[in-house]
Design a protein around this ligand. Structure first.
Ligand SMILES: Cc1cc2nc3c(=O)[nH]c(=O)nc-3n(C[C@H](O)[C@H](O)[C@H](O)COP(=O)(O)OP(=O)(O)OC[C@H]3O[C@@H](n4cnc5c(N)ncnc54)[C@H](O)[C@@H]3O)c2cc1C
Length: 541
């Protein structure tokens, strides 16, 4: 067990070497590295707890279950970072990678005809995976194409992963280390082109493509390549791209980080809403925050911003252009079930729900849904995926472990914030209804029959649209990465002439650095933003 973390309501000094704005997981990582290097460090967090989007919560009154309320799987946090900080974090592999149920009449292989079926990808992949591809498509070609695509992607991942904790490499340095074809497919051309060329089956195309669209509103063919960047981040973690379940939920990761930060001597202040950062070039900054007692100011040699760049601009006294505000696009639903539902395909629910269960995520579904949402409508057949973390880690169920109860998380794509602006409550209800209907079409019993009741007798269902995420966490527009992801390397001609630029954490103001998701390479639960900002501070001393 970690030692309890000290969250204070006041600072002990009037000046710190470094003040971190925002106690998300990245802010905690930055604080720990700096405090360990001997700097005096304070973290100011507006909520009454640290962790930002990496937290666990008892979301349902009267229920002991502590579920990962926002983020839920970890891939991008380097093992080296976990070791460096001595974190007590356990990440558990899921036994199923993914399961994609399909309706009667949709398969073209042996699974064609009157039967419902499912495309199973085991972890590790074995004969059942190959057989499953053959049943869906009628030949071995699809699985052979899958194996060769992901082998190439792994070469790319193995080249990029070791660079993430170092100053930014340049694009051509990395390109030179990676086979030309996969570089072109993932980095140079819209990902949809490679997916169409390499895979013929609509379901397989969709399973590959969804990694490009988590929290990213784009077509697979978008010329901006924002979907390619999202895909890359989903496949490079620790050189394998495996997404694992944090034991104890995402809150356990944050608790370990907060404990490491306080052990190192950083002061964590919660309930401290930062209102203003006045930066004086290279000569430090003053940070003003408000709490229940009024407003306070502290001086900092260096400010590290764990909040989104769009939020920081306002704190620095600017007026951010509304047109540049990030926009989130996901629907997250947390459910507690009395039991897992049975599937029409006959698959064992403990296998099908153990990985990523894809719903309405064929390539055609995804593109249709994108077009509908871009035209301002909630997609009729909402694409999304569900996860049952408690199959991998029953500890989050508390005393319900062993009772048959399970958690279920739904992550929906292509529900941009703009869809909910006019009629938030009604549109949210419609989106939730469509998300649950996308699951029901594959079940022998409606999911509503399996949902547990909370202490008030209400169904244990909690839904978060982008507006909820913004209200809860101050992520602008509810964008889960604080803004669209950047490539994890420097453009060819970028100036890398200061530590801040070399580490991808520059804000244009010398005494203020980005240490959160908005830093280049910062997106997701990785600690990379925090690590890289801390290294830039130390390199400049
Ligand atoms: C629904 C959802 C699902 C996700 N799923 C995953 C997943 O499974 N895996 C994954 O890797 N990533 C996932 N992500 C993304 C990931 O959670 C984020 O990229 C990551 O948590 C960001 O961490 P951070 O520390 O950079 O910022 P944040 O978590 O945003 O933390 C910033 C902190 O700053 C505080 N703050 C804001 N304004 C102020 C202010 N004015 N003064 C003081 N404090 C302030 C906030 O309260 C917050 O605590 C998901 C995100 C969401 C929302």
């Amino acid at each position: 067990m970690e030692a309890p973390v000290t969250h204070s309501h006041r600072l002990t000094r009037s000046t710190y070497d470094a003040v971190v704005v925002g106690g998300g997981h990245n802010g905690l990582v930055a604080a720990t590295y700096l405090a360990r290097a001997g700097l005096s460090v304070a973290v100011l967090e507006r909520l009454d707890h640290t962790g930002g989007a990496a937290v666990s919560a008892r979301a349902f009154p009267g229920s002991p279950v502590r579920l990962s309320r926002y983020s839920y799987l970890v891939s991008l946090m380097p093992e080296q970072l976990v070791a460096d900080l001595g974190l007590d974090v356990r990440l558990e592999s899921r036994t199923t990678a993914s399961y994609t149920p399909y309706l009667p009449g949709t398969a073209t292989g042996a699974g064609a005809g009157g039967e419902a079926g499912g495309l199973l990808v085991e972890r590790p992949e074995g004969p059942a995976t190959r057989a499953s591809f053959a049943a869906l498509t009628g030949s071995d070609d699809a699985y052979d194409a899958w194996v060769s695509f992901y082998a190439e992607v792994e070469e790319l991942a193995r080249a990029v992963a070791p660079t993430l904790l170092a100053p930014l490499p340049r694009e051509d340095e990395l390109a030179a280390r990676v086979p030309e074809q996969i570089w072109r497919d993932v980095v140079l051309e819209p990902l949809g082109a490679a997916i169409d060329r390499r895979f013929r089956d609509d379901t397989v195309r969709g399973v590959v493509g969804t990694d490009a669209l988590i929290g990213t509103f784009a077509s697979l063919h978008d010329p901006s390549l924002v979907q390619n960047r999202c895909f890359l981040y989903h496949l490079i973690g620790n050189g394998t791209g495996e997404w694992r379940v944090p034991v104890g939920g995402m809150g356990a990761v944050t608790d370990a980080l907060a404990a490491a930060a306080t052990r190192a001597g950083a002061e964590l202040v919660t309930g401290a809403d930062v209102r203003r950062v006045v930066a004086d070039g290279s000569r430090g900054a003053e940070v003003t925050w408000a709490d229940a007692d009024g407003t306070h100011t502290v001086a900092a040699g260096q400010v590290l911003s764990g909040v989104a760049p769009y939020v920081l601009e306002r704190l620095l006294g600017g007026t951010p252009d509304e047109a540049t505000k990030p926009e989130g696009s996901q629907l997250k639903i947390n459910l507690l079930l009395d039991r897992l539902p049975r599937l029409r395909s006959g698959a064992d629910p403990a296998v099908a729900f153990a990985g990523t269960l894809h719903l309405n995520e064929t390539a055609s579904h995804i593109e249709r849904a994108y077009a509908e949402a871009a035209a301002g409508r909630v997609p009729t057949e909402l694409p999304g995926e569900v996860y049952c973390h408690s199959l991998t880690d029953p500890s989050i169920l508390g005393e319900l472990a062993g009772s048959g109860a399970q958690t279920l998380t739904y992550f929906g794509l292509h529900t941009p914030a703009s869809l909910f602006t006019a009629h938030p409550a009604a549109t949210k209800a419609l989106a939730v209804e469509r998300a649950l209907a996308s699951l029901d079409q594959h079940l022998l019993e409606p999911i509503a029959d399996c949902v547990a009741r909370d202490g008030n007798g209400d169904p244990c269902i909690e839904a978060k649209i982008p507006q909820d995420v913004e209200a809860d966490l101050a992520m602008p527009g509810g964008h889960i990465f604080h803004g669209d992801l950047d490539w994890p390397w420097a453009p060819q001609r970028a100036a890398l002439d200061t530590p801040a630029r070399a580490w991808g954490v520059d804000t244009g103001v010398e005494s203020v650095l980005l240490c959160g998701s908005g830093a280049r390479r910062g997106g997701a639960v990785s600690g990379l933003g925090g690590h890289n900002a801390a290294q830039a501070v130390l390199a400049a001393r």
